[in-house]
Structure formats: structure tokens, C-alpha cells
Design a protein around this ligand. Sequence first.
Ligand code: PDD
Length: 316
Amino acid sequence: MTPRATSAADNPVMNLPTPDDAPPLPDTLSYLNGEYAPLRDARISVLDRGFIFGDGVYDVLPAYGGRLFRFEQHMARLDRSLAGLRIPNPLTREQWLAIARRLIASLQTSKGFVNQLVYIQVTRGVAVRDHVMPPGLTPTVFVMAGEMKLASAAQREHGVACVTADDFRWQKAHIKSTSLLGSVLARQISADAGAVETVMFRDGFLSEGASSNVWVVQDGAVLGPPRDHLVLEGIRYGLIEDICRQQGLRFELRRIARAEVLAADELLLSSATKEVLPITTLDGTPVGHGAQRGRPGPVYARLYAGYQQAVAAQSI
Ligand code: PDD
């Protein structure tokens, strides 16, 4: 019998990682179709349409110290995503909240994580493979939770590097669908370049990051792409709008040409885990002007402070 290579170092031909190099799957509590089980033991049918077609939606909810932030807004987006795929929401708000809280509480006692991230997924359900949507299926409901790893102090102090790419995803980016291959390929472009996000443009206009929204600061105003089918409306869209109103910053959603992004005073990312995060180099070029060039700017500082105040005031 030929001995099997057990690690990249033992593999003389390819020097590729082997399955033995993969990290172990988590034993944290998860929820699947009414049952709670360790995540590594949860199982679905291979005929689940989420597996076969990516026929499902998901959402990712942040929790700080065990308290969910903007839960209602995440639920409203889940409803919109489900409606986009004509899948009924199988659970009530109260049921979603109870599951999320149980998983968070379990994480707190078993792992002691300070902040948590709850991932929920609903697929159309299990059926014989057919592109046509089979009527009357029972949706598959899956929820897991893990540690929310926020941006590091160094990233906040220095900002992060991003690269640009064409937006080659489909034209229903407003649906938070589990069909994420376009986003995976887009994100890998920046990962290969050692950058934290890929800033995408469609037909010469800013759309968003592979898994975050992108904001442009221009003459003191915060600009973002319109809420339309070409971007996923992050929960931070409404939040940044609120903070701008409180802080007296002009906020405008409109199409933003690539040249405006390249000439921005500041660029920011937003997502559940990035909160708001300054981009300080884009394709290797420092962002901004004068003494501020390549450094996090004053509008970022105000939005981040407003964000932390909102977390303290609004988490449930
Ligand atoms: N991503 N745009 C895209 C394409 C996203 O995937 C996300 C979130 C966002 C920001 O949305 P929010 O502010 O609600 O986190 C924008 C999540 C976190 C993910 O896929 O893991």
C-alpha cells in the first residue's frame, strides 16, 4: 500500500495542503429544522435545493456582548430576500429571536466570546432536481453562531488596502442569496493581492465590495450607490444615513463614477463585522489628499463614533 501524504510538507510532488491540514469543524450549537445540535453534526439532504442550486437566502446578524444589533432591520431584509425568491418565511420574528438568543447564550457559556455573529439561512427545501420551483416545499432553516471578529486596532488606526475589479455578479445583487460564487471569486481577487476587500464597478460606476458596502466622502458629504438591484442594501445603509443626520453630514445616494471614487477625500467600507472601516489604499494608491492622504479621515472618525453610540443604544 502506498503511504498517504499527511501534510503539505510531506507531499513531495504538489506541496499542496491535504484534508489533514484543514481546521476541525466547530462543536458550537446550531439549529437545523427545529433541532439543536453541534455544528459539526448538523446534516441536510443532498437534494436540498440550497445545495443543488444555491436556491436560498441568508443573513448575518451582529451581537455585542450577547445583544443583537438592528435585529428588526435584519429581519426585514430577510423578508425582502425571501420574497425575491418566492420562499415563505417559515418562522415568526419571535421564533428567529429565540433561536438567535439561544445560540448566543450557548456560545457565551461554552466559549466566552465577547461579541457574536449569527448566520441564518433558509433554502427552498428538498425536492427531486428540477429548475422549476416545486410548489409546497417545506423550507430548510439553518442557524449557526460564532465569534464576531471585529476590525483590529491597527486596521482602525491605519485603514485597510483594497483593490478594484469589474462587477461580474448577477443583476439581482439586492437579494442576499446563498448563490455567492460571484462574490467568492470577487473576494479572492483582493485576497490574492493581500488586500481586505474588492471594490467593484459595473459599467464604470461604483457598486459595492464582495461582502461589504462602499462609501465615498466628497467635500464633507457621504455618498453611496442607490438602493437598487445592483447592490445589497447593507443594514448599515440606514444606520449611516441616521448617523449623518445626527452629525449634520450631508448624505446622498446616487450613481458614483469611477473617477469620483479615485478622487475621493475618504473611502469607507461597511458591513456587520467591518462596522465602518477606512480604505486608505486602492490598487496600491493612497486615498485622499494633502496631509490626510493614505490616512483615515475625519468623516470616518465621526461615523465610527456615531456607530459605537448606536450599538450601545440600540442592541436588544
Ligand atoms: N455580507 N454587500 C454585500 C455583497 C454583502 O455580502 C454584505 C454583507 C454587505 C453589507 O451588509 P451588512 O451591512 O448588512 O452586513 C454589502 C455579510 C456580512 C456576509 O456575507 O458575510
